[in-house]
Design a protein around this ligand. Sequence first.
Ligand code: NAD
Ligand code: LMR
Length: 340
Amino acid sequence: ALHASFASKAQKESQNFNYRFQPQASYKVAVLGAAGGIGQPLALLIKMSPLVSDLHLYDIANVKGVAADLSHCNTPSQVRDFTGASELGNCLKGVDVVPAGVPRKPGMTRDDLFNINAGIVRDLVSAVADNCPGAFIQIISNPVNSTVPIAAEVLKQKGVYDPKKLFGVTTLDVVRANTFVAQRKNLKLIDVDVPVVGGHAGITILPLLSKTRPSASFTDEEIEELTVRIQNAGTEVVEAKAGAGSATLSMAYAAARFVESSLRALDGDGDVYECAYVQSDLTDLPYFASRVKLGRKGVEALIPSDLQGLTDYEQKALEALKPELKASIEKGVAFAQKQA
Ligand code: NAD
Ligand code: LMR
């Protein structure tokens, strides 16, 4: 499903509601696929942000009720609903975005979603290009390893590609890594930060446990166990949901964190870092997830130091993931170029 984005900034007058923060700024965020499993809780979390003035919810169905429901929360943002292709343009004017898609069922890989989601992402990003080309575009729809290259190709075809503003959202991998490492090592959860690089599927998800902060030591068994669990965490949820979809609540939490970080960066905070799958020159692959510094214009810098001084285990895993990630990237690019 979807995601969000923001866009135009406006000063906010103090509000007559019961809200804890005085908003510093106002941004417009659109959530595409907003009636879905991720879309609904994500919209709720974004509705709680003091940085958002306008929240636009788009879906092909069932979004009116979601918007009516959310609009009763006494937080600053105004909620509007948009349904169907004819309303998509208006939904996107002046905002930043993210596309929708379908989730997998047990036994499926993320790549099995390609045939449906590739077209959805292509069409939604095309509308983004026409209506809010300056937006931060945050892609959640799987397979992210391919949908981000598709989005980039569509934006290039429209002449509005800005690699600094297109993100594959991999925050959930970091959220999971932080949770599992803190549990395993008995660390205070709030302090733990594990960079996760590569991509967002199976072995392309590479947690860099040696770069855990605060520094922690792991036995070889712990490294293997934690790495495999982080790589398979999406499947853990798909199997537990037994046909009812994939991660939605943890994903909404993770996406809301990425949106909030983006808004803080847009708002001038000079100390915002997140992992994301972006156009990259850190490896020989054109797209790669790593920590990035976010700024007003999107990706301000990639953080190459995370890939330096890797352990043998991490270095091997990095080499092992490259062929799969490369193939997923090429599949996305080929799809978009065939449609052009
Ligand atoms: P869902 O089926 O519950 O919701 C998808 C929503 O998208 C539905 O409301 C549907 O009506 C809508 N939709 C379908 N086609 C659309 C279109 N053309 N335009 C607008 N809306 C459209 O699915 P979900 O659980 O919310 O998952 C959505 C996607 O997110 C899936 O592709 C899933 O694999 C992916 N996902 C990614 C991550 C990640 O870490 N990046 C994590 C979890 C899920
Ligand atoms: C996840 O990591 O939970 C998502 O990519 C959904 C999935 O299919 O696993």
